[in-house]
Design a protein around this ligand. Structure first.
Ligand SMILES: Nc1ncnc2c1ncn2[C@@H]1O[C@H](COP(=O)(O)OP(=O)(O)OP(=O)(O)O)[C@@H](O)[C@H]1O
Ligand SMILES: [Mg+2]
Length: 315
């Protein structure tokens, strides 16, 4: 039996409520993440991916919904200690490895911040040893600890960010576009590091990205987000090969393939959201573990479309 580590139900995060510029950044989304798996969250800019991550770690107070982490109701964590423990178990890695590291701090002290806050080291020697080990774990050299962030490349800075997250022995890491700002040649190295660490430490990831090609390789399951809604969710293979929501199809059509024949005929599908028709829409399970956001009528059409796609693939 797989254990659900994070359970998100009906999560809503609205900003500027009641004002003209009200934003429903996250609008009633439901998903769960199993222990040890990677759940990919994809969608275009502004779809609410980062807000979802920030609300899960309680940097925002949700407008509605429930978040359960490791059996505990995150909204009901009371007192400094409970919140501190939660913030230790759940870490975040950011998109911009330049902005997310304090330029005035030595790498050693950046990495040790969580160790200090949580009193995880009994002595200075132990603290130094922990930092040295962490630097090695992420493929850096212990001697790098005395340097400042600006002395490192983008990929190395992201490794520092990963070491900082690992320092407190988290169970769950929210990776918010951790490779988007890196050179393509460096991206695979950082992804490989994250995957090795996951196996070694049984980590669970929420992996946020813009495009499907990036999350496909790293994720076990994928959620496709648009305007604050989850529109489709399923295993990576299912979404990649048999995504049926028009928005998912538009993301899929944007992925270039190293096949000249395919590229010559590849048509980018542009997603036109359905007009507001007042129909009630929710997630429907159209195949085992494959969910799509739809009205009752649309769900039937999507289910037929899925069956046809699978049939065609078998030909
Ligand atoms: N603190 C805030 N106050 C007001 N609006 C906000 C706030 N944070 C986010 N938003 C808005 O919520 C929406 C979703 O933003 P979010 O950053 O979650 O998107 P994203 O999917 O992470 O986009 P990107 O891919 O560009 O990082 C956007 O319209 C954004 O302007
Ligand atoms: Mg974001």
């Amino acid at each position: 039996m797989k254990k659900v580590l994070l359970d998100v139900k009906g999560l809503k995060q609205y900003f500027n409520v009641g004002r003209k510029d009200e934003v429903k950044a996250v609008d009633d989304i439901t998903f769960h993440i199993y222990e040890g798996e990677t759940f990919g969250l994809v969608g275009e800019s502004g779809s609410g991916k980062s807000t979802t991550g920030r609300t899960i770690i309680r940097l925002n107070t949700p407008s509605g919904g429930e978040i359960t982490f490791d059996g505990k109701d995150v909204m009901k964590l009371k007192g400094r200690d409970a919140l501190k423990q939660f913030r230790r178990e759940v870490q975040m890695i950011y998109q911009d490895p330049y902005a997310s590291l304090n330029p005035r701090m030595k790498v050693r002290d950046i990495i040790a911040e969580g160790i200090d806050i949580n009193n995880l080291a009994a002595s200075v020697e132990e603290r130094n040893k922990m930092v040295d080990d962490l630097l090695r774990t992420v493929g850096l050299n212990p001697s790098h600890g005395t340097r400042y962030p600006h002395e490192f490349s983008g990929g190395q800075r992201q490794r520092i960010g990963i070491a900082r997250a690992l320092a407190v022995n988290p169970k769950f890491i929210i990776c918010d576009e951790p490779i988007s700002a890196l050179d393509v040649s460096i991206q695979a190295q950082v992804v490989n590091l994250l995957q090795d660490l996951q196996k070694e430490k049984n980590l669970t990831y929420l992996f946020i990205a813009h495009d499907l090609s990036m999350v496909k390789h790293i994720s076990d399951r994928i959620g496709v987000m648009h305007h604050g809604k989850l529109l489709e969710m399923g295993t990576s293979d299912e979404i990649y090969h048999f995504g049926v929501h028009p928005y998912t199809e538009s993301l899929l059509s944007a992925i270039p393939l190293p096949d000249p024949d395919y590229e010559r005929t590849r048509k980018r599908i542009k997603y036109q959201p359905e007009p507001e028709d007042g129909k009630e829409r929710k997630m429907h399970e159209i195949a085992e573990g494959h969910f799509v956001y739809a009205s009752e009528d649309e769900a039937k059409i999507f289910a037929e479309k899925l069956a046809k796609k699978k049939q065609d693939a078998n030909k």
